[in-house]
Design a protein around this ligand. Structure first.
Ligand code: MRU
Length: 351
């Protein structure tokens, strides 16, 4: 299978596979201005927390190149302004802030703007490679949670498209499948943006893994009748205590899974863990344009003249999460000590 590459740096440009067009068209955007990248992030042409981190890093490299050429005497203040714009494009996923802040530290240490912009590009490329490698390791750790004959339910798209490649929750599913375990995958449609119906389905078909699409509201029935034996989802931000923000509807899945004694797992790289916040209460929840809910395939389906809310994420309290699968291993309760150990590299508590 040819690897899905959602983000490519080539010919001094950032190439993004336009995820708003999948699965019907495979269109690659060629971006040279960081503002184009910010727009692509807002419009969800690229999406998924780790993919947003890597894209944000390339946006910083492009911004640095532009400022080094246009206004080198104000390099650092202008780059910091660009950094704020990039971080604000989608606020819930912590990976963009994580990547941008890491790059700003490097720039502070480099006085020459052209050299600084080269440094940022090299670092963005390293982050991209690291993300794929981390996902592969995460896949190996998580694969042991799946058993022959199981059915697993996933939500949204936490596959190659949502990362620099390979995927998190879908990476675990892929690793288990490639390791010879045979199971069934159920995945939700994921209203309103249809990441499940459009993107996860596209990836699963490419991988040749048998999968069944259900509407989001069918998940409760599947869990109640034990048609699935575990749930695996990705994450946009994990607080120090393990509370996890992910695509809207994740919290409902976790509660119904617990009600039916079905294990609920989160798969995410350590770059998605935000130790600066104690709990999920502090995670900003992005509210997107109501038109996404009012329309289906560009056609208005909701009656006119009503209020619409479109929260894009929810937070699942850590007590519902059976394990958090990271590239460093599988982390279980107590998350407040075990997550910190994994992120800071002491690894105590990882099982
Ligand atoms: O709005 P999206 O499509 O960016 O939301 C994506 C998710 O919620 C994913 O589950 C999450 O980012 C993890 S991706 C590996």
């Amino acid at each position: 299978m040819a690897e899905i590459q959602p983000i490519v740096w080539a010919s001094n440009k950032l190439m993004l596979l336009d995820q708003t067009k999948l699965p019907r068209q495979e269109i690659v955007l060629e971006l040279t201005d960081y503002r184009q990248v910010v727009a692509a992030i807002r419009e969800m042409r690229v999406r998924g927390a780790p993919a947003l981190g890597v894209t944000a890093a390339y946006a910083m490299a492009l911004a640095a190149r532009q400022i080094a050429e246009e206004d080198p005497s104000h390099f650092l203040p202008l780059l910091k302004e660009a950094a704020e714009e990039i971080k604000a494009a989608r606020p819930t996923a912590v990976n963009a802030s994580w990547a941008v802040d890491r790059l700003l530290v490097l720039v502070e240490a480099e006085a020459d703007p052209p050299a600084a912009s080269q440094r940022l590009l090299a670092e963005a490329q390293a982050m991209q490679e690291d993300d794929v490698a981390a996902n592969r390791r995460m896949g190996q750790h998580g694969a042991r949670l799946l058993r022959d004959g199981d059915a697993v339910l996933t939500h949204c798209n936490a596959g190659a498209l949502a990362t620099a490649g390979y995927g998190t929750a879908l990476g675990v599913i892929r690793a288990a499948w490639e390791g010879g375990t045979r199971f069934q995958v159920y995945h939700t449609e994921t209203r309103p943006f249809l990441q499940g119906a459009r993107l996860t389905a596209w990836e699963l078909v490419k991988m040749g893994i048998p999968a069944t699409l259900v509407v989001d509201s069918a998940a409760g029935l599947l869990l109640k009748e034990h048609s699935v034996q575990c749930v695996i989802v990705g994450a946009d931000r994990i607080a120090a205590n393990g509370d996890t923000a992910n695509k809207i509807g994740t919290y409902t899945l976790a509660v119904v899974a617990r009600e039916n004694d079905i294990p609920f797992y989160v798969a995410a790289p350590t770059s998605t863990v935000d130790l600066s916040i104690a709990s999920g209460e502090q995670i900003p929840i992005e509210e997107r344009d109501p038109s996404e809910v009012a329309q289906l395939g560009g056609v208005r389906t909701a009656a006119e003249g009503l209020e619409i809310r479109n929260p894009s994420f929810d937070v699942t309290p850590h007590r519902y999460i059976g394990a958090i699968i990271t590239e460093e291993g599988i982390v279980r309760e107590p998350y407040s000590t075990n997550l910190a150990a994994v992120v800071t590299g002491t690894h105590a508590g990882v099982r």
